[in-house]
Design a protein around this ligand. Sequence first.
Ligand SMILES: [Zn+2]
Length: 405
Amino acid sequence: MFKIIALVLISIIFLFNLFISVKSYLARKREIPEEVKDVYDEERYLKWKAYSTDQLVVKMVISIVSFIISLALIIPDVFSIVAKNIENHYLSTLAVLGVYLGIDLIVGFIGDYVLKIKIEGKYGFNNSTMKTFVGDCIKKALLIIILFVGLTCLFIAIYEAMGDYVLILFSAILFVIVLFVAVISPLLSKVNNRFASLEEGSLRTRLMDLLTKNGYNVRDIKVMDASRRTNKSNAYFSGLGKTKTIVLYDNILKTLDEDEIVATFAHEMGHGLHKDSLKRSLFSLFSIIALVVLTWLLVRFPEIYKDFGFNGVNYGLGVILLFECLIPLVFTLLNIPMQALARHQEFKADETAVKEGYGDQLISGLKKLYKENLGDLNPDPLVVALSYSHPTLYQRIRNVKKIEG
Ligand SMILES: [Zn+2]
């Protein structure tokens, strides 16, 4: 019974993602809205079509392969065969997790290789060498293994020692970890990139004036050497409290003119003024509690594991069910209001830029960034509502025009 439920959930999630991909694929036949007709020239537009088709096809193949692998592991009870004769809780958990993570990481890296090296390279985005790519993969694999194995063992230890109090203690531990990551994230990204303070000059003066005028204090304005990895341009806002930093990708300095950089910066400052990252942190606190409750439910019912060939609870299988069925289901649902909030925050941040008198520069900057990144000009509205963290370009232009009056 539980096995059938698990398979049904995995299938629903797979079909939902396939539906999104197919919708996105079909959306490329849609008419381009008037506001954004000037973003691409003919040649550039055809390049974009080819690029997005390649990406979609690869992503669909990856998700089909992952789906088949999941079925092939679950239906014949591969996990219980692997853990057979292992008495120790921790060791049987590690055996099951090892098989799952091993396969998952290999599929992930092959997918990443095709997406990042082959496809982005084909269209001239990728600047990362094979060495950087492999280094990134190893770092990512280590991080995932340490997180999964560490947190699972921690959960087992707490659960076996304290029973249901695991709910409170484990939530608290995860929350502290999330806060810790938020505080040290500027430090963490230093492992992967080099940061330099924005050099003195009229741009830095204008940006600092803008911040002071709005009573907003940041520790520094940094430029990150993102061009070492990608040609895509961006800017982001990171850290909490005294470690607040606004980071500009070096590409943005090359792509945009000074007014457009100030406009983009005003948008980022808007996020800061509205405390958008704090609001998102509250959402992640809620997600953590949901995650812990789901994990707890999974270990409360040993009957579940009998359906998968085990004699009792196997925490490794618990983690797999959590990540293959429950998390995708719950988080796909939670993601819908969360992304709606994120899109609302983008409109509000654009409003800050307009109020500073940079509406037109914001639009021209966004157009350049879209052109550089080969962004989607007219995605399917349903896909936007279900999964986009940013409004579409023409929606943002319409919003800016509306505020400007
Ligand atoms: Zn934004």
